[in-house]
Design a protein around this ligand. Structure first.
Ligand SMILES: NC(=O)c1ccc[n+]([C@@H]2O[C@H](COP(=O)([O-])OP(=O)(O)OC[C@H]3O[C@@H](n4cnc5c(N)ncnc54)[C@H](O)[C@@H]3O)[C@@H](O)[C@H]2O)c1
Length: 359
């Protein structure tokens, strides 16, 4: 049973809203984890959950993750997330998305939505017809468009910082990088790596995705699956497919010295961060290096400017280095250092709101 009010102060969510509209079939849950830094920003996941419990557990977990991600991305935004229960291929419709938009609007700006698994910029355009609190709309509608552009760019910056720490130079020239999953983010990361002179080896369950990379970069090596990638002679492992890429078995077999990729929730369970450290593998925390996407859509709130967003995403390089420094100073794995830094910012910057403004 999921505990809505949390088991510790870190797990407490400020607000959880259940939304239903019978006619359109909308069943959604919006979770606002923390607004110490500003309104909660996080995407809407459209997914056929097995149960309401599973949907609730997911949205609570994802909303909390957004608080940490937005805090470390240096945004004046809190963390939130929404889930719509259903099969997007079958259940998505204009009335459902607009009904959802009205619930988002009803929160008065405490929650700002965006795309996630199962939702696209075109869907956000529809949600935006009912709400002002929507980002990730299409470029044609003044939106930031496909967030995978700056997600890949940010992961690349995190990888450069990791290379600086491990090899003493941020360049990936001549390094062999294994990319698991060459979808929206992964294939763009391959472009950036090739531009920098890295050797690249990829795997993907989708033949189409592999083919797209092969067409652009015929020199890129392809292996059968994630296990072949993990056991290959690579310097850097970049998980860009699904979560849970790093489990006990993967970590035991991994030959890379760095793990830095776009996938969310890469650590299969608590303790994997320590196993990585014990094996001398530097782990760049996922939510730090993949925050380019949220930086891109957050920029839309004040009128999207790609160059401004890109220079903000470039700061992921410094943030990642800072996390490695704190980890070394405090004797903890980088994943723990990242959490501490995010909590520090939420508490220290959030606290200044207690200053009375006299109006
Ligand atoms: N798109 C963004 O802006 C963004 C932002 C932050 C985090 N992320 C995370 O990055 C990851 C990739 O996102 P995306 O937008 O590129 O998604 P995507 O669906 O476009 O790409 C994922 C790719 O992984 C492949 N894949 C799935 N299972 C695999 C497996 N077992 N082995 C190898 N390949 C496999 C898929 O075929 C697909 O090509 C996800 O975990 C996502 O949550 C994405």
């Amino acid at each position: 049973m999921t505990d809505v009010f949390g088991t510790s102060h870190k797990d407490v969510h400020e607000q959880v809203v259940f939304c239903a509209d019978e006619q359109s079939g909308l069943r959604a849950i919006i979770a606002i984890h923390n607004t110490a830094l500003g309104p909660a920003l996080g995407g809407t996941r459209f997914y056929p959950y097995d149960s309401e419990q599973a949907a609730l557990a997911d949205v609570l977990n994802l909303a909390k993750g957004m608080s940490y991600k937005n805090a470390l991305a240096g945004l004046d935004l809190g963390g939130g997330k929404a889930v719509i229960i259903g099969d997007p291929a079958r259940d998505k419709s204009e009335p459902l998305l607009r009904a959802y938009g009205r619930f988002v609007e009803s929160l008065g700006g405490r929650y700002i939505t965006a795309c996630d698994v199962g939702t696209y910029s075109e869907d956000m355009d529809i949600v935006a017809r009912e709400s002002r609190f929507v980002t990730g709309r299409t470029v044609a509608n003044g939106g930031a468009g496909d967030s995978s552009i700056l997600t890949a760019f940010g992961v690349f910056q995190g990888m450069r910082a990791s290379a600086e720490r491990v090899f003493g130079t941020p360049s990936l020239h001549g390094r062999r990088v294994g990319v698991e999953g060459v979808g929206k983010v992964g294939h763009r990361l391959v472009d950036l790596l090739r531009e920098d002179g890295a050797e690249v080896v990829v795997c993907d369950v989708s033949e189409r995705a592999v083919e797209r990379v092969r067409q652009r970069h015929p020199e890129v090596d392809v292996v059968a699956d994630a296990r072949a990638l993990v056991t290959a002679d690579i310097d850097v492992f970049a998980p860009c497919a699904l979560g849970g890429a790093l489990d006990d078995d993967t970590v035991a077999e991994l030959r890379a010295k760095i793990v830095c990729g776009a996938a969310n929730n890469q650590l299969a369970h608590l303790g994997v961060e320590k196993q990585l450290e014990d094996r001398g593998i530097l782990y760049a925390p996922d939510y730090v290096v993949n925050s380019g996407g949220v930086i891109q859509v957050a920029d839309e709130i004040r009128g999207f400017d790609m160059e401004r967003a890109r220079s903000k995403a470039a700061q992921i390089y410094d943030t990642t280095l800072k996390i490695f420094e704190i980890a070394a100073e405090e004797g903890v794995p980088p994943a723990v250092a990242a959490d501490r830094l995010a909590e520090r910012r939420m508490s220290e910057v959030g606290r200044i709101r207690a200053i009375w403004l006299g109006r």
